[in-house]
Design a protein around this ligand. Structure first.
Ligand code: SF4
Length: 331
């Protein structure tokens, strides 16, 4: 039996643009998530991370979105399932947590009713068992007085508490896969550390596979075992986390890593990647990173780089070898 939980192969997502045109948001995206591992999906805003995760969940609007490729979850081809079958998987076998818990929780429903709704939809538990399970999951995510919290409305809780409730809701049906989209971005650093520790606990105790979407490489270094780097709708590099930080190959990844402050380093101006992510409707030809790349050559502007292995388990999509980039840097 395959040990892959989620396999995404050649995913392409397009959005309707005007009356007749479609523009590509992500294309040729492939990756895997195995049980019990946390995979980081990183890149700046607008690189296609959230489009990818919403495509896996089939949460894009059908009338304005076209999705192709293969999304295989525990042997099931998600793009081929009926809406009803997909609904049964969503929130049950695959759960998602979002950056803004306040916008995902219903402001006029008590926490207890929201948890009960998710549990009743996906399980056969009795009313008493739903209550017991709700208390249990709130306790698991470190909420000190779960019975009282069940009676609260979202606005009566802090941002960190709301995020814990969201994670509790996501975990209540014991999903095999958790997709966390910037789960700590809106939180202060102390709460951020607690939420990351909580995700690690969930992974360890339930063997849950986690796809962690973030622009924060500090979060990735702390939590993930593998990292996928996206730029302008493409995967540009993938490697185990230690390898990626020690030997980043793609110039975009190198730029992202160089812009992260290091502990103990003297205060200095951190280099940032010049320019910004290109607009979906105006993607440059050839390598999409070329307008921002210090190594760009003429051939980079006419040829699309594809992922290739640079060392075992490590792939990168740059047309130049490490040596060629060094020669350009010293020219
Ligand atoms: Fe830079 Fe060229 Fe590599 Fe693209 S293919 S990242 S432009 S060196």
């Amino acid at each position: 039996m395959s040990d892959t939980l989620l396999e995404v192969k050649g995913l392409a997502t397009e959005f309707k643009h005007g009356k007749k045109n479609w523009i590509s948001a992500v294309s040729d995206v492939s990756f895997e998530v195995r049980p019990g591992e946390i995979v980081g999906l990183v890149g700046e805003s607008g690189c296609g991370k959230s489009v990818t995760s919403l495509s896996v969940m089939r949460l894009h609007r059908k009338d304005t979105t076209r999705i192709s490729g293969d999304i295989i979850f525990e042997g099931k081809h998600l793009l081929e399932l009926s809406d009803r079958d997909m609904q049964a998987i969503r929130g049950n076998e695959i759960s998602m947590i979002f950056q803004e818990p306040m916008s995902a929780l219903d402001p006029i429903m008590r926490i207890g009713d929201q948890l009960a709704e998710a549990l009743t939809l996906h399980t056969d538990l009795s009313k008493k068992e739903v209550h017991e399970r709700s208390v249990e999951v709130l306790r698991q995510v470190g909420i000190p007085e779960p019975e009282m919290t069940l009676r609260n409305y979202p606005h009566e809780l802090s941002g960190g508490m709301c995020q814990r409730v969201m994670i509790a809701m996501a975990m209540s049906c014991e999903p095999r896969l958790l997709i966390a989209d910037e789960p700590t971005t809106a939180l202060d650093v102390t709460i951020q550390a607690q939420i990351l520790a909580l995700m690690e606990k969930i992974r360890r105790e339930n063997n849950t596979g986690i796809l962690l979407i973030t622009h924060d490489l500090g979060v990735v270094a702390e939590t993930c075992s593998r990292v996928i780097v996206m730029y302008a709708g493409h995967v540009v590099e993938e490697a185990p986390v230690d390898e990626l930080f020690k030997h980043p190959q793609h110039p975009y990844t190198q730029g992202l890593i160089a812009s992260v402050p290091r502990l103990g380093e003297r205060l200095r101006r951190l280099p940032s990647i010049p320019g910004s992510v290109p607009d979906l409707a105006a993607m440059p030809d050839g390598c999409r990173f070329a307008p921002r790349c210090r190594y760009a050559q003429e051939r980079c502007r006419c040829n699309d780089p594809v992922l290739h292995e640079v060392s075992p388990d490590h792939t990168s999509a740059c047309l130049l070898s490490e040596q060629e980039r060094e020669e350009v840097a010293h020219a």
